[in-house]
Design a protein around this ligand. Sequence first.
Ligand code: HQG
Length: 179
Amino acid sequence: MDRQELVRLSKRMSLALRHRPDRVGLALDEAGWVPVDDLLAALRIRRADLDAVVVSNDKQRFAVERGPDGVERIRANQGHSVPVDLGLAPADPPALLYHGTGAAALDSIRAAGLHRGGRHHVHLSPDVETARRVGTRRTGPTVVLTVDAAGMARDGHVFYRSANGVWLTDAVPARYLAG
Ligand code: HQG
């Protein structure tokens, strides 16, 4: 598969494993896993192509492992809109985290803080460069906001770190934002 085909398949896998498993006849378990063989059948894809996406994925969106029943399973590491409990343990965030977005959202974010939209959590990046990349998906000039994660943690906000290094929290009130 060339790069473009890998990206296309990654998007189909994301749709099935994060947002619309029902559309391809899948049901995720409570932690978001499905047997690898079920996903192959549902998407009518070859194992080698699935492995190529999992390994090459720029953001390590997917995890493959053998479940307690010995069956190989796959899930998305984060980004779900369907209810799943990833079972992540709360983690101590670094002092600062970053959120990339589009300038058009700034007024609203400054007034209301960051909310999770259709996802389970607000997604925060550990470095400016990653945040900038996330923000370029939005229209208008890219803006990177700095989040006082240490202050939030001190005030009782809970953070999680996904298997692929994205920091997650329920919401970021405006007073913890700068930039
Ligand atoms: C914005 C991708 C107005 C927020 C990325 C963002 C990331 C507000 C959008 C991951 C707002 C939600 C997540 C407010 C938040 N007013 N706009 N009060 N609060 N927003 O896609 O963080 O490719 O759900 O700034 O790389 O952009 O899917 O979140 O622009 O890691 O693996 O509402 O998704 O990863 O958009 O991106 P999203 P995100 P994947």
